[in-house]
Design a binder for this molecule. Structure first.
Ligand code: ADP
Length: 394
């Protein structure tokens, strides 16, 4: 069973092809295209690459194409990406302006090119369906909640991978197996024992922290939209809601002016004075650019803020895992986040932390740290391929 997992950006298409026959989970190919102008052409090129390499003879060899859509009105879990679901994503287009439009367009292009191949999406919100209600509700009137104004949580595929892999690294195959078998469309019963508490720190173009209790997410720092939580690359993160009417009145701004300010010009980019890539920001900070240093400091402060919240809700923590582009590649940032936490039993080994290699799993805590600290490259695509397979077999 060959499953193509496609990651759709506004100007990029990344893909991985898995063979999930029987008990296999083999990655057959990976690739992608940046600065895409013609998306239909990129879809064709993706299939051509797979055929040229001999992985498939045509699209008929693909059991499905898997996606990780962000949010849709009234839809979560693992679903067929039909017109009903795409219309529900349209309804929340403005909630995720950087994410929903490329997914809606991209899925339509894949469907047009391969009309008889199932298109299946694992929504990024799915991993939070077991979070307690108190963790997901905002204190808004009931009719706001009914419109979807609540904490949804995102990065579900990434945090689910970390839930499983961290349990394996901690020698807890029981919890790892539970996560692996956790099928998002099927529900689960919370397990009180055995207790395993992990905080997953996904820090990348988008960032979020998740508290994972016994393999299941109980909260996520991202809220209703991808503009929430920690400061994102160019998206604002958490903000007092009254800042918006205040600034609209203060500067005579319209909603059309406010929205792009919050989702294109804010976050790390807004703080640093125009840099939205952490490599540039660290480079600028090392040259004495104070705004760039401030962007780093705010990200660290917010990450520690959520780390503390996650630890408190679980009455402690057994492991902290760092994943995604920034957390995997920036030892300095990891050190800042873990600084001065020895009273909580969290001790980073500076030497181990400094010598991490790209794309490799490593433990970076000291031998006497009560809490294990790991760098774990995430594998969202594998989580999607597994869910797609289960969807097809169910
Ligand atoms: P996304 O998938 O959300 O677009 P990534 O997980 O790829 O994002 O993370 C992008 C961020 O990670 C950028 O800020 C980038 O600077 C940083 N990053 C990626 N690779 C490296 C690297 N090799 N060294 C330092 N930072 C990196």
């Amino acid at each position: 069973m060959k499953i193509l997992v496609a990651n759709l950006g506004s100007t990029s298409l990344k893909y991985r092809l898995f063979d999930c026959s029987g008990n296999e989970e083999n990655l057959l190919a990976r690739g992608g295209f940046e600065r895409v102008n013609d998306y239909a052409e990129a879809v064709n090129s993706c299939l051509k690459e797979l055929m040229d390499a001999g992985h498939i003879t045509g699209e008929k060899d693909l059991a499905a194409v898997g996606f990780k859509p962000v949010i849709a009105r009234g839809v979560t879990g693992c679903v067929r990406m039909d017109e009903r679901v795409l219309t529900a994503m349209e309804a929340y287009r403005k909630m995720a302006p950087a994410h929903n439009p490329p997914y809606i367009d991209g899925v339509r292009l894949f469907t047009k090119r391969m009309p008889s191949t199932p298109m299946i999406g694992l929504f990024e919100t799915s991993f939070y369906q077991w979070a307690p209600e108190a963790a997901v509700r905002y204190a808004v009137p009931q009719d706001w909640y009914e419109e979807g104004v609540r904490r949804w949580g995102f990065h579900g595929a990434s945090h689910k991978y970390i839930a499983e892999r961290s349990a394996e690294l901690l020698g807890r195959s029981d919890v790892a197996e539970r996560v692996r078998m956790l099928y998002v469309n099927q529900g689960t019963t919370p397990v009180k024992e055995p207790n395993l508490r992990v905080v997953s720190c996904h820090l990348g173009g988008s960032s979020s922290l998740t508290a994972i209790l016994n393999g299941v997410a109980i909260c996520n720092s991202l809220g209703m939209s991808p503009q929430s939580g920690l400061p994102q690359n160019n998206r604002v993160g958490d903000l007092d809601s009254f800042a918006i009417p205040f600034m609209m009145r203060q500067k005579g701004l319209s909603l059309e002016q406010i929205e792009p300010a919050l989702c294109k010009e804010a976050g790390l980019k807004g703080l640093s004075g125009g840099y939205n890539d952490m490599r540039e920001i660290t480079e600028q900070a090392s040259r004495g650019n104070k705004n760039a240093q401030l962007a780093i400091d705010v990200l660290v402060w917010q990450a520690r803020h959520w780390l503390g919240a996650c630890i408190l809700q679980m009455n402690g923590v057994d492991a902290i895992a760092f994943t995604a582009g920034i957390a995997e590649n920036n030892p300095q940032l990891r050190a800042q986040i873990c600084e001065n936490l020895d009273n909580l039993g969290i001790k980073l080994d500076e030497q181990k932390n400094a010598v991490t290699k790209s794309n490799s799993e490593v433990e970076i805590s000291t031998v006497d740290s009560n809490v294990k600290i790991f760098v774990i490259p995430t594998n969202e695509e594998l989580v999607i391929a597994r869910e797609v397979k289960r969807f097809l077999l169910n």
